[in-house]
Design a protein around this ligand. Sequence first.
Ligand code: 5RP
Length: 298
Amino acid sequence: MADADTTESKNYQADIPAPNEPFFLKGSNNLDWGMKNRLSQIFNPDSGRTVMLAFDHGYFLGPTSGLERIDLNIVPLIRYADTLMLTRGILRSTIPPTYTRGIVLRSSGGPSILKELSDEEIAVSIDEAVRLNVAAMAVQVFIGGEFETRSIHNMTRLVDMGNRHGIATLGVTAVGKDMVRDAKYMRLATRICAELGASYVKTYYVDEDFETVTASCPVPIVIAGGKKLPEAEALQLAHNAVQQGAAGVDMGRNIFQSDAPAAMIQAVRAVVHENMSPKDALDLYETLKNDGARRAAS
Ligand code: 5RP
């Protein structure tokens, strides 16, 4: 029989208040526990930032350079990423289910590179997203594009579905070929995504006034890496973005098309999570590339 429950045998530590800390991510304090937990699978709670490894390009490009064999080219890199951005086809077929960090699922699609790219629809059901245990659903938003309204509607439907299940939504601002990539456009596109419910927003870094883009967006911003640059320039880009308020990178080609992808993702991590200077990060990249070594966990 259990002992009698007497207050004398317990220690309530009544003089110590329960912690009441704000959640670490911008604009996310009023979200529910499940959503915050999933966002913590994407963003590192210690640095407040993320290195998302993006390899969803095949959803409209097919087997693009560096992604011909995801089992050989990408799986060895996933240990270095905070989260993976990919399609459900690659997730099921190629990513080990023992992977326990966040999954950001490409959730819009339709046209291939051979057609008008902005003509996208929602490409996954919420049942499927729950079944795959994803942390966020990513949807392309084409502000100023031919199918602007539909792409926004795709996002708002995913926000509604995701919010019901505590799954975050990543609004991906896609800039049309003919559009000017400047801070004015990025402010417009990112703010619209946030106003209409995106949990966080992906955009491109711009050289002038990027801090006005991060300042005017009430939820975290991550930047896409964009087309392959020399490693020094890609590290400088990541550094500039986080120093000007980005909460990390969603980087693909500048990692998987690098001469030494494992070295490059570790150098990007150092810039994002440790505020390492681009010069030191380039040295780190060269060292890791030359000796093939793995850096102590960061
Ligand atoms: C493809 C994407 C990519 O995930 C995103 O652009 C990041 O990749 P990269 O760094 O290669 O630009 O959304 O549609």
